[in-house]
Design a protein around this ligand. Structure first.
Ligand SMILES: [Ca+2]
Ligand SMILES: [Ca+2]
Ligand SMILES: [Ca+2]
Length: 157
């Protein structure tokens, strides 16, 4: 192979990688979504399954059972899961700390997004709204279920 062709091949490889990477990330996100929400294990997340799962999740986060997720409850529940995940990770202590800080910052941002009316608490309606937006994003073929049959949207992540 002469040098020009080799350069061209490398450039083409870089381009196709650039196109493939977001799709891969999106399909990874879809598959994680299915793994987390597919309660009966048939590989597809129905609307009913998703609704049941989200209600359970809400109840699990609402530690004081007042029907609203406070910032402390939301971040606290996330921190507990994050701590478990980091404990199982083989990364260096330094990397884990970096990841912990980054993830907690993201959880803080997510709380702000979920709390659409900025009341300082997430209501069931707010939680449901964000859930359905996520469901609709993944259900790209609009058949009312999220499965591997849904082509991944390039901009979903
Ligand atoms: Ca299912
Ligand atoms: Ca609460
Ligand atoms: Ca679908």
């Amino acid at each position: 192979m002469n040098r020009k062709i080799a350069l061209l091949a490398a450039a083409l490889a870089a381009i196709s990688l650039g196109v493939a990477a977001p799709a891969f990330a999106a399909s990874h996100a879809r598959d994680t979504f299915i793994k987390e929400q597919d309660l009966n294990g048939d590989g597809s997340v129905s609307k009913e399954e998703f609704k049941t799962g989200r209600e359970k999740q809400f109840a699990g986060i609402d530690a004081n059972h007042d029907g609203v997720l406070s910032h402390a409850e939301y971040v606290g529940e996330f921190t507990a899961r994050l701590t478990k995940r980091l404990a199982a990770s083989t990364d260096t202590a330094e990397k884990k700390e970096e990841e912990r800080v980054r993830q907690l910052r993201q959880a803080d941002v997510r709380f702000g997004v979920l709390d659409t009316d900025k009341s300082g608490g997430i209501t069931p309606a707010e939680f449901e709204y964000s859930g359905w937006r996520m469901f609709v994003t993944h259900d790209t073929n609009k058949d009312g279920a999220v499965s591997a049959a849904d082509p991944v949207a390039e901009d979903a992540n």
